[in-house]
Design a protein around this ligand. Structure first.
Ligand SMILES: Nc1ncnc2c1ncn2[C@@H]1O[C@H](COP(=O)(O)OP(=O)(O)O)[C@@H](O)[C@H]1O
Ligand SMILES: O=C(OP(=O)(O)O)[C@H](O)COP(=O)(O)O
Ligand SMILES: [Mg+2]
Length: 398
């Protein structure tokens, strides 16, 4: 079912509540945190610009990280408001409250063509619970609602789904439109040979995707923390690596069903501590107690590289290791290079996810990828054909 877009709505003089995905990586040196990768902020600019240029008032809402329904100063969106102001070249106000009388007064007093960012929606327990009262409180700030948060479209939360039940006109933003168009191509007509590369930390979210991707993707290369849940399930020693113990059965079942399509790392970069300065070494086979796997090893890189260079369609979500730390970044950087090379040779490549895109930017290969998606979990959910609550909730177009 087609949904309303910005072209179908009149924003002039209206309070436009825009859900964006400003869940961006931050780096905190001394003092206030700063945005270390602003891909998701830049991706929302066309929607924000459209609203301002058409005399609307943009009220931006987003989550940042996983604060668990409690205020947490380390996950405040204040620094994101500053960053947005500098790239938008407009004054961006910030509200340290997300809902309530004070916010409503501020929003009601906004001039046409002005913009405000509200504090992290996940500081409120009603956000993830999709609590109708919290959704209604958000809706009080809106004449129309726009969802441009593709990266969070797989979440049925108050700011991504519930709020739409309380607002008459709910439309997609430009980024949402663009993502759907680009990803429909890799979902519906992927040219073989196909490869999906999956890694990162959000194992429980993504492991189920493997089941669906197995139907359309011939090779599934696993890296990152996800590897250790699979390896442990198959009886390998994984030491103190990050494992989701309640997914072991799923992992084993998937591996068997895949009949060779799922490939796991054969060597690892390990360390005794989760620390940028920890001493690291490469091990093959099992990982001893006291050590944790923090990156894929050189042999694994070589095997994965070969498969990637042979592919005509490549989808990648999730870093191969803790790329934020120099010592554990190499696997991710090498895989980024292989994907860029394959793309130069004619493959169609899609890389998605907040952290994956940040890793890609670090590698310098962003411009050599066919489509860079702002969604990780959302992109995988879309590719497996699951309905995305953040899209479903919007108003149907005639
Ligand atoms: N072996 C590992 N152990 C612990 N964390 C890991 C490991 N490999 C990758 N990670 C972490 O996974 C995070 C990104 O995961 P995720 O959010 O799932 O990816 P994306 O944002 O691209 O969808 C990164 O912060 C990275 O440090
Ligand atoms: O960063 C996000 O997803 P991603 O890590 O899969 O790229 C989205 O903002 C969703 O965040 P969530 O997985 O905490 O709901
Ligand atoms: Mg992430």
């Amino acid at each position: 079912m087609k949904k309303l877009t910005l072209d179908d709505i009149d924003v002039r003089g209206k309070r436009v509540l825009v859900r964006v995905d400003f869940n961006v990586p931050l780096s905190s040196g001394n003092g206030r945190p700063t945005v270390s990768d602003d891909t998701r902020i830049r991706a929302a600019l066309p929607t924000i610009r459209h609203i301002l240029d058409h005399g609307g008032r943009a009220i931006l809402i987003s989550h940042l990280g996983r604060p668990g329904g409690q205020p947490n100063p380390d996950l405040s969106l204040a620094c994101v408001a500053d960053h947005l102001g500098s790239i938008l070249e407009e004054r961006v106000r910030f509200s340290s409250n997300t809902v309530g009388d004070t916010v409503r007064e501020v929003v009601d007093g906004m001039g046409d063509g002005s913009v405000i960012l509200l504090e992290n929606t996940r500081f409120e327990s009603g956000e993830k619970a999709n609590d109708p009262d919290f959704a209604a409180a958000l809706a009080e700030l809106a004449d129309v609602y726009v969802n441009d948060a593709f990266g969070a479209a797989h979440r049925a939360h108050a700011s991504t789904a519930g709020v739409a039940e309380h607002v008459d006109v709910c439309a997609m933003g430009r980024l949402m439109e663009e993502e759907i168009e680009a990803l429909t191509k890799v979902r519906d007509e992927p040219d073989p040979p196909t490869v999906a590369i999956l890694g990162g930390a959000k194992v429980s979210d993504k492991i189920g995707t493997v089941r669906r991707l197995m139907d359309s993707y011939q090779n599934i290369l696993i890296g990152g923390a996800m590897s250790y849940t699979f390896l442990k399930a198959l009886g390998h020693a994984v030491g103190d690596s990050r494992v989701e113990d309640d997914r072991l059965d799923t992992a084993e079942e998937l591996y068997e069903q895949a009949d060779g399509a799922i490939v796991l790392p054969s060597d690892h970069v390990v360390a005794a501590e989760f620390d940028a300065n920890a001493e690291s070494k490469v091990v093959e086979g099992g990982i001893d107690g006291g050590y944790m796997g923090l990156d894929i090893g050189p042999k694994t890189v070589e095997t994965y590289r070969e498969t990637i260079l042979n592919a005509d369609t490549i989808v990648w979500n999730g870093p191969m290791g803790v790329f934020e730390m120099e010592k554990f970044a190499e696997g991710t950087m090498e895989i980024a290079e292989a994907v860029a090379e394959a793309t130069d040779n004619g493959a169609f490549s899609v890389v998605g996810g907040g952290d994956s895109v940040s890793a890609l930017a670090k590698s310098g290969y962003t411009d050599r990828i066919s489509h860079v998606s702002t969604g990780g979990g959302a992109m995988l959910a879309f590719l497996e054909g699951a309905p995305l609550p953040g899209i479903e909730a919007l108003t149907d177009a005639e």
